[in-house]
Design a protein around this ligand. Structure first.
Ligand code: HEC
Ligand code: HEC
Length: 153
């Protein structure tokens, strides 16, 4: 009996892992202030450590934006991101420059989302997680927190 309960608990927490990506409690204040002014502060688990390193090394030309920060802050944020990074064997490659939206995991999770949802002007970009995941900034990607603009009205 005890064993059964344990198995049930384990399955629950494994499922929760897929759609809950809470921001680690040790996130430095600089991460929030420097990385959430143009988009949400993406949870570190969404990219692998090497990809975070690559991304942080190219902030002067960050997808057409200049996101340069001083080297001390850069190091602090890079350390935080790489320590809490996702598992590359689950995420797959992320392209160069690395994008969360190019990881195999992201593509797999969104395979069934119809093209017209992505084209919606309120979505603009696949990187705009919050357009469809109301709780993205808080790490909530579960089905109960999905609100596709096209289906809202
Ligand atoms: C000056 C604005 C700005 C700042 C500051 C900024 N970014 Fe970005 N970021 C962008 C833009 C623009 C994109 C491309 C978005 C798109 O393709 O829709 C982007 C994309 C990204 C992506 C890839 C999203 C995808 O497509 O999967 C990641 C990861 C990312 N940023 C992380 C960071 C981190 C970490 C920081 C802090 C060090 C940061 N950004 C600071 C503007 C910014
Ligand atoms: C156009 C709307 C849209 C955008 C933009 C979007 N998603 Fe999603 N996402 C969905 C839908 C719909 C699902 C559920 C797909 C399914 O169950 O087949 C989903 C599923 C997910 C899941 C899986 C949740 C689970 O229960 O396993 C994760 C994680 C996720 N998205 C993360 C992201 C991240 C991170 C971003 C931004 C970088 C993003 N999504 C951008 C619509 C979107």
């Amino acid at each position: 009996m005890k064993k059964l309960i344990l198995i049930a608990l384990l399955t629950c927490s494994l499922q929760a892992l897929a759609d809950r990506l809470p921001m680690p409690a040790n996130a430095p204040a600089s991460f929030k202030s420097e990385c959430s002014s143009c988009h949400i502060a993406y949870q570190p688990g969404l990219l692998a450590a090497d990809d975070w390193r690559k991304l942080m090394a190219g902030l002067q030309d960050h997808f057409g934006s200049d996101a340069t920060i001083d080297s001390k802050t850069g190091l602090e944020i890079t350390n935080f991101l790489t320590r809490n990074a996702g598992d590359v064997s689950r995420l797959g490659s992320a392209g160069n420059p690395p994008r969360i939206t190019q990881t195999q995991r992201f593509i797999r999770k969104h395979r069934e989302v119809p093209a017209k949802f992505w084209r919606d002007p309120r979505v603009k970009s696949a990187a705009n997680c919050e357009a469809c995941h109301r709780g993205a900034a808080n790490g909530n990607y579960g089905e109960h927190d999905i609100a596709i603009p096209e289906l809202r009205e």
